[in-house]
Design a protein around this ligand. Structure first.
Ligand SMILES: *Cc1c(COP(=O)(O)O)cnc(C)c1O
Length: 446
């Protein structure tokens, strides 16, 4: 058991607290330490952003529904508290600037995975086309949709292991470009996601066991095929950079909202965390722009706090939630990850402010309130970050605010909502019913 490991700084009190599975805030004591030497450069983030820009005409060609955005995959920044202070029960919060970054409505893939996933598939296609001399460097990527490019891609397989949303994003984009697409999923993955992929010509392989097993199965199979690229959610830099590219657009949106961001007027961002790629990439991109003026907090289910555990353990060895006796069972399927990304956790060690955990009933209650008050529908995973501003106004955060000289009333809060718009209506109604029940029960008690 992990408690006995000599490398561990995971103290007994923290382990016991996590084992109770009640919501808590953990502050990262390593925030501000040096990044590892091999950390991605600002230039690499810029290159990802350029690549996504060069692919706009291609995306518009492949997906006619992107005509309105001219092929840009982006989401709105929605002011929450102005519209409805009641979403946050504390009166203090209703006077603060709280926004929702609406990635639950990202086109085509319906989740934050559109950012990293599309970027990786497009980057692989670009690399193959360059090798085959179908295009030249820095060329507009509409050229990836020609008949000769498609014929070339048909000889390659792109595969991925996924709990669902990453599979949707990779599968849909790979198939659209003409690749053979294979998605390895765990048996418990949602049926509608499997069906949606099969409808697009994607092969779905089902694995017993959890997410890590699906990834391992996919990785092993891909390793035996030279013309197969495996998108590795636990280690992929291309995914990470696709997420990091989100930061520039958010900075523009904040400017349009006339939100000044500096050390005295900090940006505080709350993002649901699974393996860590999406929230880690976004945090990394935001740090590159705002530096010390941005503070990032991740939200993890009480049964799956893999990033919290890995960072708190402060070791190069992988430490999973199973190692401290948690079962990784949560309704937030996008966040049900037992082991954090080994690419991302060393970066977040230096940059992440902290992690708060969320109990499943709270997720449902939050998604119900968001729908009820703002007419916004999200999936359980995407509701995880909504508690963020509540935590930063909680006494548990006071030391953090003091030591960073933060006057919370001057902050801009951004809650990242990560998925939901493709969830079938029937499933969404089920989420809403559960949320309403919990909400009503809670109300009748207070
Ligand atoms: C994947 C996912 C996340 C978390 O992203 P990771 O890269 O796994 O940390 C959060 N919300 C939703 C809806 C997701 O699909």
């Amino acid at each position: 058991m992990f408690e006995n490991s000599p490398h561990s700084t995971l103290d007994h009190t923290l382990i016991q607290q996590l084992q109770q599975k009640t919501a808590m805030l953990w502050l990262n004591p390593y925030l501000g330490c040096a990044l590892p030497n091999d950390a991605p450069s600002v230039h690499a983030i810029q290159a990802a952003q350029d690549r996504l820009q060069r692919s706009q005409a291609l995306l518009q060609h492949l997906f006619p529904e992107l005509a309105a955005s001219q092929g840009q995959i982006e989401s709105d920044l929605i002011a929450l508290n102005q519209a409805e202070p009641a979403l946050f029960t504390q009166p203090k919060l209703s006077k603060q600037a709280i926004y929702l970054k609406a990635d639950h409505a990202l086109p085509i893939a319906g989740s934050i995975k559109a950012r990293g996933g599309f970027h990786e598939v497009i980057a692989i296609a670009e690399q193959i086309a360059l090798e085959q001399q179908l295009i030249t460097a820095e060329q507009d990527l509409l050229a990836l949709s020609t008949a000769s490019a498609k014929a070339c891609f048909a000889e390659y397989t792109i595969s991925v292991g996924s709990t669902g949303n990453l599979g949707l994003s990779i599968g849909i984009m790979a198939a659209a470009l003409g690749f053979k697409a294979v998605v390895h999923m765990s048996v418990e993955a949602k049926e509608w996601k499997k069906q949606r992929l099969r409808d697009r010509g994607v092969e779905v392989v089902e694995h017993r066991g959890d997410y890590a097993a699906a990834v391992a199965g996919g990785r092993a199979e891909a390793a035996t095929h030279p013309k197969c690229h495996f998108v590795d959610d636990e280690q992929s830099t291309l995914l990470f950079l696709g997420y990091a590219a989100a930061a520039t657009h958010l900075a523009q949106q904040l400017q349009q909202q006339q939100r000044q961001i500096d050390r005295e007027h900090p940006l505080i961002v709350y993002i649901p965390c699974g393996v860590g790629g999406a929230p880690g990439g976004i945090c990394y991109g935001l740090k590159a722009i705002f530096g010390d003026a941005v503070h990032c907090f991740f939200a993890e289910p009480v049964a799956s706090p893999c990033m919290l555990v890995q960072l708190a353990a402060n070791t190069d060895q992988a430490v999973s939630v199973y190692d401290i006796g948690l079962d990784n069972k949560t309704e937030a399927d996008g966040l049900a990850v037992g082991l954090a990304s080994t690419l991302v956790s060393p970066l977040m060690r230096a940059q992440l402010s902290g992690v708060f955990t969320v109990e499943d009933p709270q997720l449902y209650q939050n998604l119900y309130q968001l729908k009820h008050l703002e007419q916004i529908e999200v999936e359980p995973s995407a509701a995880a970050a909504l508690q963020g501003p509540v935590w930063l106004n909680h006494p548990a955060a006071q030391d953090y605010l003091n030591s960073h000289n933060i006057v919370i009333a001057q902050a801009t809060h951004v809650i990242w909502s990560t998925g939901g718009c493709l969830v079938p209506q029937q499933e969404m109604q089920k989420f809403q019913r559960i949320g309403q029940e919990i909400y009503d029960r809670h109300k009748s008690k207070t």
